[in-house]
Design a binder for this molecule. Structure first.
Ligand code: HXC
Length: 257
């Protein structure tokens, strides 16, 4: 399948999605949303894919939702058109997604990175929620996910002032998993994705679901969820394989069953 606004490629067990609207710094219009959701869903449905990398260009991961597309909309247009609804489908893929961020990750771009599971940033990355400068607020999860990632005070600082933070501040704040020199970004993201893709897929899905539960529920509910999912993995052959491989001092040979 070919897409208008993204490049899609499979390398081994890793699916790559590259945002590709260079003239607009990868601004996220409706077509980008449709394309990313379709590509991510296709990878998610493919058992041969164990991890996804989402990246942009050197200059911009994504500079936000497409301001030119949004400008003339009424509140009713935004509500009835469910303008950003598709992104919920992207956030719900079971396969881990690694955001490889270089340059600007602003507004919807920062929010898109936060829908991913691991954020690897080039030292050139800049994160921010500048919506307040446009007379609006984050609309793709920024006020909720950023707060959970970095706490109230850093999130309020960013969302109320609209300022950008660099990769070092983002890492210090807990928004970013790792920072690497720009030239190593894609290699690092690829290696990380391959590491995950080599695990047993049922355990990877379970781990992502448990992490999601931690984001979304109370501690008591999350602990209950974890206990049940943990138990369910003992019915996979990969659990027996993983543990016997440890005992026999060899690498496991997982079958995703
Ligand atoms: C549409 C955008 C865009 C955007 C950049 N462009 N960001 N188009 N929507 N979000 C376009 C510019 O208009 C320009 O096109 C081209 O990309 C290059 O951008 P420049 O501004 O010329 O580049 P530069 O001077 O280097 O500045 C880079 C920048 C700036 C600091 C990232 O582009 C910028 O501030 N962008 C907007 C960032 C922002 O406010 N994002 C939040 C959007 S609201 P032309 O054709 O003029 O050359 C949002 C809400 C999400 O995300 C939630 C939903 C409600």
């Amino acid at each position: 399948t070919s897409y208008d606004t993204i490049l899609v490629e499979t390398r081994g067990r890793v699916g790559w999605i590259t945002l590709n609207r260079p003239d607009a710094l990868n601004a996220l219009n409706t077509q980008v949303m449709t394309d990313v959701v379709a590509a991510a869903s296709a990878f998610d449905a493919d058992e041969a894919i164990g991890a996804i990398v989402l990246t942009g260009s050197e200059r911009a991961f994504a500079a936000g939702a497409d301001i030119k597309e949004m400008e003339s909309k009424s509140g009713l247009d935004v509500l009835m058109g469910d303008h950003f609804g598709g992104w919920a489908q992207f956030a719900a893929v079971r396969t881990p997604v690694i955001a490889a961020v270089s340059g600007y990750a602003l507004g919807g771009g920062c929010e898109l990175a936060m829908m991913c599971d691991i954020i690897i940033a080039a030292d050139t990355a800049k994160f921010g929620q500048p919506e307040i400068n446009l007379g609006v607020i984050p609309g793709m999860g920024g006020s909720q996910r950023l707060l959970r990632a970095v706490g109230y005070y850093k999130a309020a600082d960013l969302i109320l002032t609209g300022r950008m933070m660099d990769a070092a501040e983002a890492e210090r704040s807990g928004l970013v998993s790792r920072v690497v020199p720009a030239a190593e970004l894609l290699a690092e993201a690829g290696k990380t994705a391959e590491t995950i893709a080599a695990k047993s897929l049922p355990s990877v899905y379970a781990a992502k679901a448990a992490l999601d539960a931690a984001m979304e529920t109370t501690l008591a509910e999350g602990l209950r969820f974890e206990r049940h999912v943990f138990a369910s993995l003992f019915d996979t052959s990969d659990q027996k394989e993983g543990m016997s491989a440890f005992r026999e001092k060899r690498s496991p040979d997982f079958t995703n069953r």
